[in-house]
Design a binder for this molecule. Structure first.
Ligand code: PLP
Length: 436
């Protein structure tokens, strides 16, 4: 660097750290984030991308613009209710409020009346049992996969889990339930074939090493044609004969049968049919936070909660709080979207379309999250040029539409009605001057 190289004028770190605008940012940002921003600005100046006399202002601006969380709220205009890439179920207002409270010190393991330690998660457990009276007891863990693996481990570690070959599911991102179950020491005993499994297949597999019989809902695919499977109900007498527990993984977290989803298994029916424990996710059709729920018989839940693995998969206080509030509070967004009135959806779509000069087309939504594959949710979408999709995703608020057959489709099923004005503004901005 020569004596009069302009880079000599780059402000030093000490100087920048002492600027009033930087001191103010300390109320909101940590020291490392502040230093990273300072070093980035100095680096740009060193590379000639920023004049040295503008470094101060650039640092202050960057600090002001730096969010502490980079997750963006997204309006889900895909029509897919449980959208995995958008974090599955959005929480109800009550659940969000409960999360904020639970963010502080809370009596999650304390009885305020006596000052003594209390059992973790009693309120969430009580809310689950009230919502699902068919269960004698309940346990909340970290996620659905954890609930399943805890059940099979507590009942079958070192022994065999009998499962149909038609139910060896990969749940997404390469995670296979058989590998998961085997990972904690239970051995899988596969029975039947991909398309057909009979009661005698289970009967022939039962032996002194059997720990439990597992039924998994193949939630994200369908086998059609020459198929047969054995229901929990049909397995119950066989299990009784050998004093074996039945574990049923229903996946979606639907607590009772929903006529909208005729093929979706629910917890209550599985328990009534004779499952000893039913496992499911909290953030699919239950509409709550990420959690795994296990509902079932006293003895079975007790075996699960006293197993050492239970500690490794326990639910955090935020999830417990949000789950309780989801169950006690008003209908969560997932359930509202699923049962959205088609006429109301049409009216909202026409309003949006008219405002931007676009057309409304029939559009089928989906349950998503690996639930009810192939089940259409009839509705409507506003049809925009394909090029609008990227602009919508990058706008504020971000909007995720569906791109299909060379067009951009905005489906209002999963957009809360009070967001319609913001959605309209986002669509206007994305289109520029309107639909061309
Ligand atoms: C979704 C699903 C799981 C996994 O639940 P997570 O909450 O994602 O861990 C397991 N089994 C079935 C049948 C599922 O649908």
């Amino acid at each position: 660097m020569t004596k009069d190289d302009p880079r000599r004028g780059i402000p030093r770190t000490d100087h920048l750290l002492a600027l009033p605008g930087v001191c103010e940012a300390r109320a909101r940002l940590g020291e490392r984030a502040i230093r990273d921003i300072i070093h980035a600005a100095q680096g740009r100046a060193r590379h000639g991308e920023l004049p040295p006399d503008q470094v101060e202002q650039a640092v202050v601006n960057a600090l002001q613009a730096r969010p502490t969380s980079t997750l963006h709220p997204v309006l889900n205009a895909t029509g897919v209710v449980v959208h995995t890439n958008l974090g599955r179920a959005p929480l109800s207002r009550e659940a969000v409020q409960a999360l904020v409270v639970a963010g502080g010190y809370v009596d999650v393991e304390l009885d305020l009346a006596t000052g003594a330690r209390s059992k973790r998660g009693v309120a969430a457990r009580a809310a689950l049992l009230a919502a699902c009276p068919a269960a004698q007891d309940a346990l909340v863990v970290n996620n659905g996969a954890a609930a399943l693996v805890l059940a099979t481990t507590a009942l079958s570690a070192g022994r065999e889990v009998i499962v149909s070959r038609g139910e060896l599911v990969e749940i997404g991102a390469g995670f296979r339930l058989p590998d998961l179950i085997a990972s904690t020491g239970a051995r899988l005993r596969e029975v039947g074939t991909t398309n057909r499994t009979h009661l005698r297949d289970y009967a022939e597999a039962i032996g002194p090493d059997t720990g439990c019989i597992l039924k998994v809902h193949p939630s994200n695919f369908r086998v059609q044609g020459f198929t047969s499977a054995v229901s929990v109900q049909a397995l119950r007498p066989l299990a009784d004969e050998h004093a074996l527990p039945i574990v049923a993984d229903v996946g979606s977290g639907l607590l009772r049968a929903d006529p909208m989803l005729p093929d979706e298994p629910d917890v209550t029916t599985a328990l009534d049919d004779g499952a000893d424990v039913v496992t499911a996710s909290g953030d699919k059709l239950l509409g709550g936070p990420q959690a795994g729920i296990a509902l079932g018989r006293h003895e079975t839940i007790a075996r699960m909660s006293s197993h050492p693995l239970a500690r490794a998969v326990r639910a955090d206080k935020l999830a417990l709080a949000a789950l309780e509030a989801t169950l006690i509070g008003a209908m969560p967004p997932v359930v509202q979207s699923l049962h959205a009135d088609p006429d109301r959806l049409a009216a909202r779509a026409h309003h949006l379309a008219a405002a931007v000069g676009a057309q409304v087309v029939p559009h089928e939504g989906r349950v998503g999250g690996g639930g009810a594959p192939g089940l259409p949710l009839p509705g409507w979408a506003v049809q925009l040029p394909e090029t609008a999709a990227a602009a919508l995703r990058c706008g504020t608020p971000a909007v995720l539409p569906r791109v299909h057959d060379g067009v951009c489709l905005v489906d209002l099923r999963c957009v809360a009605e009070e967001e319609d004005e913001r959605l309209l503004a986002a669509v206007r901005a994305a289109l520029g001057d309107g639909v061309r």
